[in-house]
Design a protein around this ligand. Structure first.
Ligand SMILES: [Zn+2]
Length: 389
């Protein structure tokens, strides 16, 4: 595979909470991975892309999606929603449960079969290069420890939202979490009011007792716990706290404030919680970043890290960061034409959506100007003589 040099970068957002901005103007890509970060004169390559001063961030991770099969959602009967999200800078999507599948099974054998099939199908299917980590079984009453062991042995790594099925009491939730953890499954728990018919209100006490890897939608999916209860959940737990697009925006800001005061923004992860009744938002993760930065005062570099390295760390996956050896999932963005800011960072701070000028996944250019964002002021240019494969 040809080496690609990206030069002329403006801001470089690393996606790493510990060092969210990098002092560099060039990135070298080799074999689909990031092979160098620094200054253009230090690198040699067969292909050169001139970023023309725009910013780069890692491909964002949507920590909370509800896929079914293929690039189709039965919830809104919409085709191509995953490709649409790549146009919004999201290149990795993590399933919180394949709950919208028509007639989804709820017995143990059926749930196991669905989880394994979903994991396999999406491992082999990458719309516009997007990585969809799926196969997130929703636990039901009557499942046994061996069911979780069996799924893990078959390649399932996730547990979908506890509370979207029949589980709701603290003792059963704690027991299930113990089994999931022993099996090595990364688990999330629904928090707040019921979302779909048949799901449960999950109150602060139960969410705290569960000790799941991710507290899903702390700001509601879509119905939030009251703000005081939400504070209790953040203070009473120690792992990831998720803010979603399809939740309560007021409580998203409240959660941000609580995490900031605790000095624990490393716990913040972002998702859309879509497809859902609220719709499917191709720009959902960026819209959430814009919300938190403009109304919550969050530094855009930290917000990008929340949707990047923070999520990767709590999920134990490789994505969402710009560092040596990482997959070259790169999103090039700039202030939108006519916006208040002069670069992507100012655009987020002003509550705008930056324009995306190019998206790469695993070092391959998947799109130039996004079809979904407003037009970026500056976009990368692939210089003549490029060898792109
Ligand atoms: Zn939920």
């Amino acid at each position: 595979m040809a080496r690609i040099l990206v030069k002329g970068l403006g801001l470089v957002f690393s996606g790493d909470f510990a060092q969210p901005r990098l002092d560099a103007d060039a990135i070298l890509i080799e074999g689909g991975k990031i092979a160098g970060i620094g200054t253009a004169k230090d690198f040699e390559a067969e292909t050169t892309i001139d970023a023309q001063g725009c910013a780069v961030m890692p491909g964002l991770i949507d920590n909370h999606v509800h896929p079914a099969f293929g690039d189709w959602t039965p919830r809104q009967n919409q085709l191509g929603f995953i490709e649409a999200m790549v146009h919004g800078g999201t290149t990795t999507l993590i399933s919180a449960g394949e709950v919208h599948l028509p007639g989804r099974p709820k017995d143990a054998v059926g749930v196991k079969a669905l989880a394994i099939a979903a994991q396999r199908c999406f491992a082999a299917f990458r719309p516009m290069g997007a990585r969809v980590l799926a196969g997130a079984p929703v636990p039901e009453r009557g499942f046994r420890e061996s069911d979780y062991q069996e799924m893990a042995a078959c390649g399932v790594t996730l547990l979908g939202e506890i509370g979207l099925g029949t589980l709701k009491e603290a003792n059963e939730v704690v027991e299930t979490m113990g089994w999931a953890r022993k099996a090595g499954l990364n688990a999330m728990i629904h928090c707040g009011g019921p979302s779909i018919a048949g799901s449960n209100l999950m109150q602060a006490e139960v969410v705290i007792a569960a000790d799941a890897d991710i507290v899903a939608h702390i700001n509601g999916g879509p119905t939030s716990l009251p703000a005081a209860e939400l504070t209790k959940v953040i203070a009473g737990t120690k792992r990831a706290i998720e803010v979603v697009h399809n939740g309560n925006p007021r409580n998203a800001i409240h959660a941000l404030k609580v995490l900031t005061e605790m000095g624990r923004l490393d716990r913040l992860v972002l998702g859309t919680d879509s497809p859902a009744g609220s719709g499917v938002q191709p720009l959902g993760v960026m819209r959430t970043i814009s919300l938190l930065c403009s109304l919550g005062g969050l530094d855009p570099a930290i917000a990008i890290a929340a949707a990047g390295g923070n999520t990767a760390r709590w999920r134990n996956i490789e994505a969402g960061v710009i560092k040596l050896g990482a997959p070259a999932d790169l999103v090039f963005l700039d202030a939108p034409i006519g916006g208040a800011g002069s670069d992507a960072s100012e655009a987020f701070t002003h509550g705008e959506l930056p324009g995306i000028g190019m998206v790469m996944v695993d070092g391959e250019v998947k799109t130039m100007r996004s079809r979904n964002t407003p037009p970026a002021a500056r976009i990368p240019v692939i210089l003549p003589g490029a060898v792109l494969s």
